[in-house]
Design a protein around this ligand. Structure first.
Ligand code: KIV
Ligand code: ZN
Length: 516
């Protein structure tokens, strides 16, 4: 049998993933995710869109300075200033890539870009040449390739490779493709483009019809050797192809795929949890590979089979993807050094000693309440501490909630608002509703609550509840997170954090909405 070819895993959790409404991450959060992606042995990390904002630029640069084992990539439109900014951000990387793109479908060229096909080819070629003056590794994407004409795709791809693109990406931007048809398109392009052997072909599939992974795999079957994906399938609208599903499909069905990845699958579940904690996007229990039920056998028949012979119902081993690595790490008597070194092992670093002290105080308080502290608890403490901003407008001072059968719930709550303590009381349909009403009576934010969700971080009723609150105001969406063993307090923390984010964050350019 011939040797397997390498399938490049290009992770875009930090760029396309971050385009999910409310999934905005700050630079330390992005760095934490980049570190776990490096542990996973992802080949390429798309760290952001450097021109979008100063924050994005700094995050890409910080990741480029830190990550050694993965290529670090920045997105750029086919515009000079985008290419130059991307190049500047990835300059410190051991291996850096510029990923430039322009739309190629008739509908995008006519209505969004208002450019002729000739102009699109010309812009793409100029941008690729400019990018190649900065780096050897340049990726070119035909945005909305899924709805582009095959002849035009072949024409622009040939020109792109000729101009120096080393990877050609064929995105199904709007999630319109169907596996057989998409695979066929990719196969046709590879056959028809005369210089196709000089580039790696890649796909980037969105999940609007729930087919992102299937489409990507169909393309791999026809010669694609890079797949773009995200942890937990995070991404614009219905998301992107999920990394864990792609990697495990290729690994589990080695009889069908002539490719292999270099992913260390044991870090899949920890990576999924970290992304979920940081973004506040919970993982549905029945999600393949990383959902809580993915390896749980409920029915008697299945349990019996699994006990007699595991492979009767299990096609993968839970431990191979990082389940059951949930070790008891620290407890009430653990000291500062043990705390610090476990954080280091988890890749968590605090920028200042004050931050570390605050996290340690939280850890001690939590250990008093729940005795056993797991890695997930530490991740939640880190996220909470790092998101606390000394300049934040609002902070929770204290609260008291009354919840009793037959009595309307009441919350009394004190917030620090712009440096002044203010207290309010409100009734609600339940304790959380009363709490949010009390906060609103003090802040009058004008925000709309779009999502409220509670997750337990570890098992058991003594677990910390992790709450996500998504607020919208004037088209801007943010996710606030809060963790506490008391879920009403966690809810208040999450609401307050969302308010701080919505009042502080500057606006950021969206790569695909902007004009060229
Ligand atoms: O979906 C898409 O087309 C993209 C491109 C920028 C690659 O995200
Ligand atoms: Zn995309």
């Amino acid at each position: 049998m011939s040797a397997k070819e390498h399938l490049v895993i290009f992770d875009t959790t930090l760029r396309d993933g971050e385009q999910s409404p409310g999934a905005t991450m700050n630079k330390t959060e992005k760095l934490r995710i980049a570190k776990i992606l490096e542990k996973l042995r992802v080949d390429v990390i798309e760290a952001g869109f450097a021109i979008a904002s100063q924050g994005d630029f700094e995050a890409v640069k910080l990741i480029a300075e830190t990550i050694k084992d993965s290529t670090v990539c920045s997105l750029a439109r086919v515009i000079d200033k985008d290419i130059d900014r991307a190049a500047e951000a990835i300059r410190p990387a051991q291996r850096g890539r510029i990923h430039t793109f322009i739309a190629t479908s008739p509908i995008h060229m006519q209505h969004k870009l208002q450019m002729t096909p000739d102009e699109v080819v010309e812009q793409a070629v100029r941008a690729i040449k400019r990018a190649r003056n900065h780096v050897d590794d340049v990726e070119f994407s035909c945005e909305d390739a899924g709805r582009s004409e095959l002849d035009f795709l072949c024409r622009i791809i040939e020109a792109a490779i000729h101009a120096g693109a080393t990877t050609i990406n064929i995105p199904d931007t709007v999630g319109y493709a169907i596996p057989e048809q998409f695979g066929e398109t990719v196969g046709q392009i590879i056959q028809r483009v005369p210089n196709a052997d000089k580039a790696i072909f890649s796909v980037h599939c969105h999940n609007d019809l729930g087919l992102a992974v299937a489409n990507s795999l169909a393309a791999v079957g026809q010669g694609a050797r890079q797949v773009e994906c995200t942890i937990n399938g995070l991404g614009e609208r219905a998301g992107n192809a999920s990394l864990e599903e792609l990697v495990m499909a290729v690994r589990t069905r080695q009889d069908l795929f002539h490719v292999e990845t270099r992913i260390d699958t044991r870090h899949i579940v920890p990576a999924s949890r970290l992304v979920s904690t940081i973004t506040g996007f919970p993982v549905q229990p029945n999600k393949a590979i990383v959902g809580a039920n993915a390896f749980a056998h409920e029915s008697g028949i299945h349990q019996d089979g699994v006990i007699k012979h595991r492979e009767t119902y299990e096609i993968m081993r839970a431990e191979d993807v990082g389940w059951h690595t949930n070790s008891l790490v620290l407890g009430k008597h653990s000291g500062r050094n043990a705390f610090r070194s476990r954080l280091q092992e988890l890749g968590i670093q605090f920028e200042t000693e004050t931050e570390l002290n605050a996290a340690f105080t939280r850890f001690k308080a939590l250990a008093d309440l729940k005795h056993e502290i797991f890695d997930e608890d530490l991740q939640a403490i880190a996220t909470d501490t790092k998101r606390k901003d000394a300049d934040a407008r609002f902070s929770l001072v204290c609260m008291r909630v009354c919840s009793e059968t037959g009595v309307v719930p009441v919350a009394e709550l004190t917030l620090m608002v712009d440096g002044k303590e203010r207290t309010a009381e409100a009734e609600g349909s339940g304790p959380v509703d009363a709490t949010f009403r009390a906060i609103e009576s003090l802040t009058d934010s004008g925000c709309t609550l779009q999502l409220y969700s509670v997750n337990n971080i570890t098992g058991g009723t003594d677990s910390q509840g992790e709450v996500t609150v998504r607020l919208e105001r004037g088209g801007r969406i943010v996710n606030g997170l809060g963790a506490d063993t008391d879920i009403v307090i966690a809810s208040a923390k999450a609401y307050v954090q969302a308010l701080n984010l919505i009042t502080s964050e500057g606006s950021k350019q969206h790569p695909q909405a902007a004009d060229v």
